[in-house]
Design a protein around this ligand. Structure first.
Ligand code: 26W
Length: 838
């Protein structure tokens, strides 16, 4: 155990002068004490993990600073082409341990803290998650910028600095309760405010046309209510390579004049209220994933991000090249993370024309050669549309430009398909109807040179379904970029024991070249290696139990011998947590009937947040908790089956969960999950997938082989073929097990004192119109789960499969994904950083 002492007798160096190379343990101790005692003013006798964590973070941040400056300078000196990743979400999670890993100082710092009587794990876990995202899309952005830095690509991440991130979830009486996540309350040591790079963002007012001295028509946007965008920069270190890139997040602040006018007029209250309106823009992250809800504030957020980021890029450009945009497109590339920032297409046109005097054609060529769009979903309810009237009121000049883009586009389509008014109606940016709407996906496709999906099947469905007309017109724009996850956070850092075993066995090059994991394959046949693999997995399972221990009584039934069966992701009908629960109820029924002998014990762990306004998703959470309650409190079954709802699932929770999972549940209705990335994290950590042929599951199975994957369910084609004559009642009638399950549900067995509580859920899966066809996949899911059990009983076999899953996860590194983005879309040259003083 670390001893508890804080020695302050050694001389402390000045904090600004970290030695630039090979920082020694003693240096860390000295710097740490300097910050803890002198800067934070804490008493060394009173250890607070939070403030100790802050002090250590400051030490690490200082260590990054020289690299950050050098990276900046290298990019500037080389005048290189740059990439800009625009995203409304960056789900970063915690920073400290990742920064230490990427700097290569983890061992030294751990030792230094140990010598001070501090367990580093405590400091690490006292850091708040930066939860500035909903789920997959936001976490993907975070993994991407890690890989960009590791690949030494000059890419800046642009996003919003929400004051409140993704809500905190608590479960009360089985129901989700949302609490605001004021993650900035105690400050954020990782960010640096850069007032000098602020920009002014316009809203409201009106658009005017006038003729200048040369007789040229000019457009202005006047009488606006402006808001200031202030950037906060976070360093993004590459893996031990001296590169530190930037994540720049914008905060909305009221402009001074805007208040002054009102103050002078004596309208104090109005002035303060207006200030709040302005600052509301970056107050809160919208917690909807996959459900567009058309709120004005959301459109304000989107425009705020797009305008601030583009003004920033253009200010940098004009600083170097004045008003000459001839080479702008050669030197810049914007990747739009879904349609959320796609108003950037119209905004770039506006800035180039109205502020920098370019003509339409010139501006349009620049726009459509610099913008690239990634689609993340096929669900129609997630496709963004904005009422024309709203856009005219909020962004009048942008609406003019969108109409004009559409007019040019319509004439191109008319030339391609002469006389086909139906195709015009379908493809137009403007959807006609009782109210006109702007289809953001159409704007994004028309204004971009690249349109990509996030897994093979997803891209194929975009081309053949959702965007088939655009694909016919511009096949060259479409491409696939299968998602990935960063192996630094999702293996090296979150599963240090497994990482050490891997490194001891095949060397450490896997950390930046994940395809090296393939070298583990032969070791699957090595009994002593398997034994070590197994021991590490069991200890991760124990840690998971310990982590959850004080939270839930049901934990006492848990044994590391049980299969840890994990489904963690947002709660959504298409992801079918309900199907998982049907299987749980089936197992419960079997156990109750006395079918206990050769059943393998199983612990079903389900975690995830429901959008606060998504009624059905919230009901699913309640159902999971009620079923868990009945099963966990029944001594006749709870030694064989435990069900746990993991409260407040987030990035830092997944870091604990993925190392302890045996079975990865990826059970969405085929054709609905664009890719999935949790599936990749779990595979990388040796969990075996039970899954449908959906999203990246298909590619996971391709990589690992059918014999190491539990496949079930209808294919996307079969699902589509069934629509219109799907008959779940007939399926229930023919399946006795399913009848028992439905009977338990319908008899109120899980809602004894809450009559009818689950009626709408039950009716939804019994409906012939159930879009997710849960009942259709029941039998094949149950059979696949039986194969899971049979496989688990043979420990050697299971461990072999586990090793092979990890060994074949190389494709799912974001280093591979980003290399593809770069080779095929961005075309940036890697920039090794020059460290003059090193
Ligand atoms: C407009 C509201 C809204 C908000 C978020 C609509 C849609 C979204 C996203 C599409 C939600 C999301 O995170 N999508 C996920 O993106 C991941 C990264 O590509 C994929 O792995 C998941 O399959 C996809 O659901």
């Amino acid at each position: 155990m670390p001893t508890n002492q804080f020695l302050i007798s050694q001389p402390t160096p000045t904090i600004t002068q970290l030695p630039k190379q090979g920082v020694k343990k003693q240096d860390f101790i000295n710097y740490f004490k300097q910050y803890y005692v002198h800067l934070l003013g804490r008493d060394e006798g009173h250890q607070s993990p939070f403030y100790a964590g802050e002090a250590l973070s400051m030490v690490i941040r200082d260590h990054l600073m020289e690299h950050w400056k050098a990276t900046h300078k290298t990019y500037k000196n080389n005048d290189c082409r740059r990439g800009y990743y625009l995203s409304m979400e960056f789900l970063m999670g915690r920073t400290l341990s990742n920064a230490m890993l990427n700097l290569g100082v983890t061992d030294n710092v751990t030792q230094a803290m140990y010598d001070l009587g501090i367990a580093i794990e405590e400091l690490i876990s006292s850091e708040e998650d930066a939860g500035l995202g909903n789920g997959g899309l936001g976490r993907l952005a975070a993994c991407f910028i890690d890989s960009c830095a590791t690949l030494q690509l000059p890419v800046i991440g642009y996003g919003l600095r929400y004051e409140y991130g993704m809500f905190t979830q608590t479960i009360v009486n089985g129901e989700q309760i949302e609490k605001p996540d004021h993650w900035l309350r105690y400050g954020n040591v990782w960010e640096i405010e850069r007032l000098e790079y602020s920009h002014r963002i316009k809203f409201g007012g009106r658009s005017t046309v006038w003729t200048d001295a040369n007789g040229k028509q000019q457009f202005s946007w006047v009488d606006t209510h402006d808001v200031l965008a202030i950037p906060f920069d976070t360093p993004i270190p590459g893996y031990q390579n001296g590169t530190v890139n930037t994540l720049r997040l914008w905060k909305a602040v009221a402009t001074e004049e805007f208040n002054l006018d009102e103050f002078n007029a004596g309208d104090y209250a109005e002035a303060v209220a207006a200030k709040i309106t302005a600052e509301n823009i970056t107050m809160v992250l919208y917690p909807n994933d996959a459900n567009e809800n058309g709120k004005t504030l959301r459109l304000q957020q989107q425009y705020f991000l797009a305008s601030a980021s583009l003004q920033d890029v253009i200010a940098h450009w004009t600083g170097l090249h004045g008003n000459d945009f001839t080479h702008f497109a050669e030197k810049s590339c914007f990747q739009l993370n879904d349609t959320h920032p796609s108003i950037a297409i119209a905004e770039l046109m506006r800035l180039l024309m109205d502020l920098h005097g370019l003509g339409w054609d010139e501006a349009w060529i620049i726009t459509k050669t610099t913008m690239a769009y990634t689609n993340h979903t096929l669900l129609p309810e997630a496709l963004e549309k904005w009422p024309v009237t709203l856009m005219q009121r909020l962004l009048p000049r942008l609406m003019d430009i969108i109409f004009e883009i559409n007019a040019h586009f319509i004439s191109e389509v008319s030339a391609y398909w002469p006389g086909d008014s139906e195709v015009l109606r379908k493809m137009s940016i403007i959807e006609e109807g009782h109210q006109q709407q702007v289809r953001m996906a159409h704007l994004a496709i028309i204004g971009s040179f690249s349109v990509n999906g996030v897994a093979k099947l997803h891209t194929q469905l975009l081309q053949q379904g959702l965007f088939s007309d655009f694909y016919a017109l511009w096949p060259h724009k479409f491409n696939n970029k299968t998602n990935g996850v960063t192996p630094r956070r999702w293996l090296a850092s979150c599963n240090p024991k497994l990482a050490s075993l891997i490194t001891e066995t095949i060397g450490d090059s896997w950390i930046t070249d994940l395809s090296q994991l393939k070298k583990l394959e032969p070791f699957a046949d090595d009994a002593s290696f398997r034994e070590r693999w197994y021991a590490i997995k069991q200890s991760a399972k124990q840690s998971l139990i310990d982590f959850k221990k004080n939270k839930n009584d049901a934990i006492s039934h848990l044994s590391v011998e049980a299969i840890f069966d994990v489904q963690v992701k947002r709660i959504h009908e298409y992801k079918r947590q309900f199907l998982n629960i049907l299987h749980v109820i089936h197992l419960y029924n079997c156990l109750k009937k006395g079918d206990t002998n050769d059943r393998v014990a199983r612990c079903v762990l389900i975690g995830g947040k429901a959008a606060p306004g998504y009624r059905m998703a919230k009901k699913i959470i309640k159902l999971i908790n009620n079923v868990a309650q009945v099963i966990n409190s029944d001594p006749t079954v709870n030694h064989k089956l435990t069900v746990l709802f993991l409260e407040d699932y987030r990035v830092s929770a997944m870091e604990k969960i993925c190392s302890g999972a045996d079975l990865s549940e990826q059970i969405s209705t085929a054709g609905k999950e664009a890719s999935g990335t949790g599936n990749m994290k779990l595979m990388m950590n040796g969990a075996i997938t039970i899954g449908t042929l959906d999203g990246a599951n298909i590619e996971i199975r391709e990589e690992v082989g059918d014999e190491n994957f539990f496949l079930f369910g209808l294919t996307e084609e079969q699902i589509e073929a069934k629509r219109g004559h799907y008959n779940p009642i007939a399926i229930i009638d023919q399946d006795e097990d399913l009848q028992h399950v439905m009977h338990l549900l319908e008899s109120g067995h899980f809602n004894q004192f809450e009559p009818s509580l689950f009626d709408d859920l039950i009716n939804s899966i019994k409906s012939p119109h159930d879009p997710w066809m849960t009942i259709a996949d029941f039998r094949s899911y149950i059979d696949a789960q039986q194969r899971v059990e049979d496989a688990y009983r043979n420990k050697d076999h299971w461990v072999k499969m586990s090793i092979l899953n990890c060994a074949n996860s190389g494709k799912f590194s974001t280093d591979r994904t980003i290399s593809e983005y770069n080779r095929e879309i961005w075309k940036l040259t890697p920039q090794p950083v020059v460290h003059e003083s090193l």
